[in-house]
Design a protein around this ligand. Structure first.
Ligand SMILES: *[C@@H]1O[C@H](CO)[C@@H](O)[C@H](O)[C@H]1NC(C)=O
Ligand SMILES: *[C@@H]1O[C@H](CO)[C@@H](O)[C@H](O)[C@H]1NC(C)=O
Length: 307
C-alpha cells in the first residue's frame, strides 16, 4: 500500500525539483501583520463549533503554557475585587453576583500580549482596535460569576465603541473541579452528555465548557443582524477544587480605542477620505456611518457639517 504512494512522491519530485520538505510544512492560512513568534501559529483547524444559538466556538490550545503563565505573572500582584456595571447608570459597582478578583492589562503591553491580541483578531475577524484591554481574572474556592450577558443594558457603556459583539475567554489554568463556563439558555444544553464526567452541579444547568489551560472560548453576544442575543447568557461556575485563572477579551462593534477620548465633542473626521465621500453625497446616502445615529457618532461629522 505504501509503494504506490511513494512512487507518486518520486514523480512529484521529478516534476517539481525545487520542492523541498521545508515548503511542505503546513503553514498558517492567515498571516499575522506583525508576526507572532511567541505563541502557537494561528491554526483554525483546532476550532470546533459548539452551538449556533448562541454562536459559540472552542479553540483547543489557543495559548501555549508559557503564554498562560506569563499572563498570570503580569496580573498576580495587581488583583482587585471584580466589579459589574450598574444596569441603569453603567457605573462600576461591587456585587455578590461576581466574586472573583481581577485586573486589566494594557493593550499590547508587551510582545506576548500583542501577539495574543493579533491572534484573537485573526480568529474573530474583528479588528484589534475594537477590543477592550484584556482582563485577567482569578477565582478561588467558591468564587463565581452568576449568569449574565456581556452586552450592556445602559446607554453610557454603549457610547464607547457600541455594543460588545463578541467575547473571547481564555483559560490560563486547569481547575480540578468546578469553574466551568456555563450557558444556561443554550439550545443544546439537554444534549450535552454529562453522566461520565466530573461536572459540577452548576455546570449541569446548561451547556458547559471545562476550563483547560490554553483553550479559548469565543461566543457572540449579538445576532448577525446586530440585535442582542439573549441566549448568550453565561456564567462562571463556582470553583470547587483548585483555582481558576482566565483572560477575557471583549470586542465591540466599533473602534474602542478612540472612545476614551472626548472625540464626541470634537469636530473632526475619523477617515482621510471623508471630504471625498461627503462630496459624493455619502452624508445623505450613508448617514449612520457618516453622521452617526442614536447608537453613536459617525466618522465624517466635520465633512458632513453636522458639528
Ligand atoms: C440587570 O438587569 C437584568 C435584566 O433586566 C437583570 O436580570 C439583572 O438582575 C440586573 N442586574 C442587577 C445587578 O441589577
Ligand atoms: C434578528 O435575528 C434574530 C435571530 O435570528 C431574530 O430572532 C430577530 O427577530 C431578528 N431581528 C430583526 C430586527 O431582524
Amino acid at each position: 500500500m505504501g509503494f504506490p504512494l511513494f512512487s507518486y512522491f518520486l514523480c512529484f519530485l521529478l516534476f517539481f525539483p525545487n520542492f523541498s520538505m521545508q515548503s511542505s510544512r503546513r503553514a498558517s492560512v492567515i498571516r499575522l501583520p506583525n508576526g507572532d513568534s511567541y505563541g502557537h501559529p494561528f491554526d483554525p483547524t483546532r476550532v470546533t463549533q459548539i452551538s449556533w444559538h448562541p454562536r459559540a466556538f472552542l479553540y483547543r490550545n489557543f495559548l501555549t503554557d508559557a503564554e498562560c503563565d506569563h499572563l498570570i505573572q503580569l496580573a498576580k500582584d495587581k488583583l482587585e475585587k471584580s466589579m459589574v456595571a450598574d444596569n441603569e447608570s453603567g457605573q462600576s459597582i461591587e456585587s455578590e453576583v461576581r466574586t472573583s478578583s481581577g485586573m486589566f492589562l494594557n493593550k499590547a503591553q508587551d510582545e506576548v500580549v500583542a501577539g495574543v491580541e493579533s491572534r484573537i483578531s485573526a480568529w474573530t475577524f474583528l479588528p484589534v482596535e475594537n477590543g477592550e484591554s484584556m482582563q485577567i481574572l482569578h477565582y478561588e474556592n467558591g468564587q463565581k460569576y452568576e449568569p449574565h450577558w456581556d452586552y450592556f443594558h445602559d446607554k453610557a457603556n454603549q457610547a464607547l465603541g457600541g455594543h460588545r459583539i463578541a467575547t473571547v475567554l481564555m483559560y490560563l489554568s486547569n481547575v480540578q473541579k468546578g469553574g466551568e463556563t456555563v450557558f444556561p439558555e443554550s439550545e443544546i444544553k439537554e444534549s450535552q452528555p454529562k453522566a461520565n464526567e466530573d461536572w459540577s452541579e452548576c455546570a449541569k444547568r446548561g451547556y458547559a465548557v471545562k476550563p483547560r489551560k490554553g483553550d479559548a472560548l469565543l461566543f457572540f453576544s449579538l445576532h448577525p443582524n446586530a440585535t442582542t442575543d439573549v441566549l448568550s447568557l453565561h456564567g462562571s461556575c463556582p470553583v470547587i477544587e483548585g483555582e481558576k485563572w482566565s483572560a477575557t477579551k471583549w470586542i465591540h462593534v466599533r473602534n474602542f480605542d478612540k472612545s476614551g477620548s472626548t472625540s464626541d465633542d470634537e469636530c473632526k473626521d475619523e477617515n482621510v477620505n471623508c471630504p471625498v465621500w461627503a462630496a459624493a453625497g455619502e452624508c445623505k446616502k450613508n448617514p449612520v456611518y457618516m453622521v452617526g445615529s442614536g447608537e453613536g457618532v459617525g466618522y465624517c461629522r466635520k465633512s458632513c457639517k453636522v458639528c
